[in-house]
Write a protein that binds this ligand. Structure first.
Ligand code: MF3
Ligand code: CO
Ligand code: CO
Length: 274
């Protein structure tokens, strides 16, 4: 996801691209490969898995498919994946750290296929997880579904944020404010910002051909986050658990198309809880 500050500072023209019907095919190919990369990782996300090994597997998978890892070298980032376990909200950097039984971890990947960016993330449960962790993950997936259901021509970005925030807060969880979804396409992080909170009828009006991500970050505790000294890793201030999932989507005449559907049906993890 994009930091809301970075997006405001950099925001190109601020104009939202409206893509042509043939551009959808480019996004389908990029989105499918990104989803296949996350599918490939599923059997490897087990207790003891070293996060750097997962990163290497993803990088090789992407390169073997003739695509590029978008994060590698992006604003100085040196990995292919972001791996964010437990109280890490987003942008966890793969390294020597290994995953442990009971962790919940978000893995986020962006691939570039013929210039088009496919950006998706999902949650993985490592072995048996606690019931409250399972509930958080379920709330986060439902939040994304509610956001998607608000996407159609004539609706606004605020309708998406409102749908997500009102649901998440009704479940006694909180929505992270400091990072947002973003326009996507030939550019990785473009206009518009897709805030995961807000008011109905505010923001930008959606039109067929707009491409963007929806990627809510949901905390079991309060919403504030802090950035670690590495300049990337964002964690919950209150150390509460955090979860996220992300799709890249296009607005169609009818409503929307999800570009990052898992061909194997693995977007939502089967979670084992005690
Ligand atoms: N994939 C993330 C997103 O959803 C961005 C990660 S940028 C990185 O937008 F540099 F941290 F990889
Ligand atoms: Co994103
Ligand atoms: Co992403």
């Amino acid at each position: 996801m994009a930091s809301t500050d970075i997006l405001d500072a950099e925001h190109r023209t601020g104009r939202i691209k409206v893509h042509k019907p043939e551009d959808f095919e480019g996004m389908r190919r990029a989105g499918r490969l990104a989803a296949e990369c996350l599918d490939m990782l599923v059997p490897h996300v087990v207790p003891g898995a070293v996060t750097d090994d997962l990163d290497r597997m993803a990088r090789e998978f992407i390169l073997d498919h003739g695509a590029l890892p978008a994060c590698l070298g992006y604003r100085g980032y040196t990995k292919t994946l972001c791996i964010s376990p437990n109280h890490i909200v987003c942008h966890g950097i793969p390294g020597e750290r290994s995953l442990r039984e009971g962790d919940i971890a978000n893995i986020d990947v962006t691939v570039i296929v013929d210039g088009w960016h496919g950006d998706t993330s999902r949650m993985y449960g490592v072995g048996q997880i606690a019931p409250r962790a399972k509930r958080l993950v379920e709330v986060t997936y439902e939040a994304l579904e509610r956001g998607l259901a608000a996407v159609k021509p004539g609706a606004t970005t605020g309708d998406i944020g409102h749908a997500i925030q009102s649901y998440v807060e009704s479940m006694r969880c909180s929505v992270v404010r400091d990072f947002c979804g973003h326009g996507v396409g030939r550019v990785f992080h473009d206009a518009p910002n897709i805030l995961h909170f807000g008011q109905r009828g505010t923001g930008e009006v959606l039109k067929p051909g707009m491409f963007f991500t929806i990627e809510p970050m949901v905390n079991l505790g309060k919403h504030p986050v802090k950035l670690l000294a590495d300049g990337w890793t964002a964690v919950t201030r209150d150390k509460s658990l955090s979860a996220q999932c992300e799709h890249s989507v296009g607005v169609t005449e009818a409503a929307y198309e999800v570009f990052t559907v898992s061909p194997a049906g693995l977007f939502k993890p089967p979670l084992q809880s005690a």
